[in-house]
Design a protein around this ligand. Structure first.
Ligand code: MN
Length: 715
């Protein structure tokens, strides 16, 4: 005891006590307050050590101050600020399921409503444990157990402590990067940075990011839009009268097929169709199917795909636009346009946490009315795999919310099971499907999870038909990006009859993803038009009867005669109706004939060489315009006629069930939801799934009360 007392009466000893208290409280909070998605023992270890390094660095500042009393006060203030940050994060997380960012503190963010009046209601009885250390410290000081250490600290000692902190942080960062490569580069999710590096690092990193963004934006002026508007005007493709407004007033159901490449459609392995249901849909006379539709994502992958589909602007050259700019940028996205033009209600269904890819913030800026993330589904050990809920469970547990949405609705279902590494437990694998034996297990398993997704969609479609939703809906399916990487594509190429010696060409061809528009009465067929994700929004809006002339969209309607069929990839390579253009190692172009796969010698074809250069300029220009709009946040300067900018503070993804019920009750007989139209009877009994995890228990399909208990409290 005496030894301890002696130690604590040294300045460094006292600092250690503060580090210990803050560490303990942070770890308690990590486990008790936040859902950080801990998957393996190493992640637990990283989580447990991550509060130490930055706390040591910060508190060591006080060691450089000679005057004892001042040194203790500075240490105390830093400690207090750290505690406020921790507790504020706890409260903030209870309200927003996210972490306090730099902009939240600076009050600059449009999303910030602050904790203000609601913070008291967010406090819980057990929170006293987060203040116990202050009680203990007061007792220790008033009882003179701890006294202020009057002995000067040598500068060298102070430096040593700071260096120790920096060393600890580097170590922390290193093991974090081994567990999650590109942790900072790709910025998947705020909770990842907290999980791996702690609150201080998250805030510091976020501040740096905001400062960079703000610097770029501060140089922007309204006239920056002038050239862009000229370009968009020139590139505008007027709608095809045959299709314009064909889906007017219909529900729009978007189905995001995770990592789904076009080659899966129609493919057989071991004489079995991989995706029998999607094949039937692809060939259905009511489906407009595109077989030359390419994904155009960069390293923001899924989020880039979503961004293009919703806004017809590209993702960024590096990183994810959702994560980097999505919290603050002005969006003119599908949900807001459809709401304002045709009174659509919008919702996203996704079985991962809302913070992933910063969706919870981006969707507010896009004007999504509802976002049903993993909190709205039954979560247990069996229900999730990899990146979230298994598709059969997510889809079947979605319809109890779907049927409450006012019609027409614009909804997006983001599947996840078909995601690398394509692990699916035996119980979820169809006994009728035998996977191929390519010698690469990831490739073999890709077909298994794709088959599972197909089966999940078949169940979902059956429900749509049985409930009558189908008759009144346009259903759009798209693959977000490649599922197999270049090496794995090489394994599949021979199965598709590709020349195994033509890998560079094959690799581009395999960036095709499905794009299908299915609607009863739509004159369908296989459409060979070349296009990509950037073109989806104008196509969909024209079908819905929305004029896109005044919007800043960089894609063009795939059904328009004026459609721009140069498909730009994020790396500036591109594909046209006849040619595939990639960049050779010398920086020059390598051009292939799409139909024969043969490389064309540009030296012998001056005319084509010139045309390729012209196309390249056009691709570069389009990507550059997109980057300028996004990085400078230029849409804040331009509001299309008849459009009202979205105010994200009007959106919240808390207590959504209360919101659904409130809306239903206030509309009374005017409610247009599927539930109301069905004489206030649920349609969920029409959903049939063979998902083995349910064991025949329909509780989570039929009843929401068992899922979101907080949300069920009377409004
Ligand atoms: Mn994806």
């Amino acid at each position: 005891m005496n030894k301890l007392k002696l130690f604590l009466n040294k300045r460094i000893g006292f600092m250690c006590l503060l580090v210990f208290f803050l560490w303990l409280k942070t770890v308690i909070a990590y486990y008790a307050e936040f859902s950080l998605g801990l998957n393996d023992p190493l992640q637990h270890l990283i989580l447990i050590i991550n509060p130490i390094a930055t706390t040591v660095i910060l508190l060591s500042i006080a060691l450089y101050i000679n005057k004892p009393i001042i040194s203790y006060i500075v240490m105390g203030v830093i400690y207090l600020v750290e505690n406020i940050l921790l507790y504020a994060n706890i409260l903030y997380y209870r309200e927003f399921s996210d972490f306090i960012s730099f902009n939240t503190i600076a009050g600059a963010s449009k999303v910030t409503k602050g904790l203000g009046g609601s913070s008291a209601s967010l406090m819980q009885a057990h929170d006293f444990i987060y203040f116990l250390d202050f009680v203990i410290l007061v007792i220790l000081f008033t009882s003179h157990f701890i006294k202020i250490d009057k002995i000067k600290i040598r500068k060298l000692t102070a430096v040593a402590v700071s260096v120790l902190g920096i060393f600890l942080f580097s170590f922390n960062l290193m093991i974090a990067e081994t567990n999650r490569p590109q942790l900072l580069g790709r910025q998947f999710d705020n909770s990842y940075i907290v999980k791996y590096l702690g609150f201080n690092a998250f805030l510091g990193y976020d501040a740096l990011k905001s400062a960079q963004n703000n610097q770029v934006r501060s140089t922007a002026v309204g006239t920056d839009m002038d050239n862009i508007l000229d370009y968009v005007n020139q590139d505008y493709a007027s709608p095809n009268a045959k299709y314009y407004g064909k889906a007017k007033g219909k529900n729009i159901i978007i189905i995001h097929l995770e990592s789904f490449q076009q080659f899966l459609i129609g493919m057989k392995v071991n004489d079995q169709e991989v995706t029998p249901f999607l094949n039937s849909l692809y060939n259905d006379k009511n489906t407009m199917s595109f077989d030359n539709f390419f994904h155009e994502v960069g390293s923001g992958r899924t989020s880039d795909a979503e961004n293009m589909m919703e806004t017809s602007l590209f993702g960024l050259p590096e990183g994810s636009l959702f994560s980097k700019l999505g919290t603050d940028n002005t969006f003119q996205a599908a949900p807001a346009i459809l709401k304002q033009k045709q009174n659509y209600t919008s919702a996203v269904f996704h079985g991962n946490v809302g913070t992933f890819w910063n969706r919870d913030n981006v969707y507010k800026n896009m004007g999504y009315d509802y976002f049903f993330d993993s909190h709205y589904f039954n979560q247990n050990d069996d229900s999730s795999i990899g990146y979230g809920m298994k598709d059969k469970l997510m889809l079947s547990e979605s319809v109890k919310y779907l049927e409450q949405l006012q019609q027409p609705f614009y909804t997006k279902f983001i599947t996840v099971t078909n995601h690398t590494p394509y692990d699916l437990g035996d119980e979820d694998q169809s006994i009728d499907f035998t996977k191929p034996d390519t010698g690469t297990s990831v490739v073999d398993n890709y077909f298994v999870t794709a088959h599972y997704l197909d089966s999940a969609l078949k169940e979902f479609f059956q429900y749509l038909k049985d409930s009558g939703i189908y008759d009144n809906s346009m259903i759009v399916l798209y693959g977000d990006h490649y599922g197999l990487n270049a090496t794995q594509d090489k394994v599949v190429a021979p199965m598709l009859g590709y020349d195994p010696n033509n890998n560079d060409f094959n690799e581009v061809q395999m960036q095709r993803v499905p794009f299908m528009i299915h609607m009863k009465g739509l004159k369908g067929g296989i459409n060979h038009t070349y296009g990509g994700e950037i073109d989806a929004l104008p196509t969909i809006l024209h079908l819905a009867g929305v004029n896109t002339k005044n919007y800043v969209q960089l894609g063009t309607d795939l059904l328009s005669r004026k459609h721009n069929d140069i498909v730009a990839f994020r790396n500036k390579e591109f594909v046209t109706t006849n040619y595939t253009v990639i960049r050779g190692e010398d920086g020059g172009h390598t051009v292939y004939d799409n139909h024969t796969g043969e490389q064309i010698n540009l030296n012998e074809n001056a005319q084509l060489s010139k045309t390729v250069d012209k196309w390249q300029d056009e691709v570069n220009q389009r990507l550059k315009i997109s980057d300028t709009i996004n990085n400078k946040n230029l849409l804040r300067f331009y509001t299309p006629t008849g459009f009202t900018p979205v105010d994200p503070s009007e959106y919240s993804y808390q207590n959504e069930i209360q919101k659904l019920v409130k809306t239903r009750n206030s509309l009374g007989l005017k409610s247009t939801s599927v539930y109301s139209k069905n004489n206030n009877k649920s349609t969920t009994p029409m959903y049939n799934t063979d998902a083995p995890e349910l064991n025949g228990d329909r509780t989570y399909i039929d009843s929401w009360s068992s899922v979101v208990k907080d949300d069920m409290q009377t409004p």
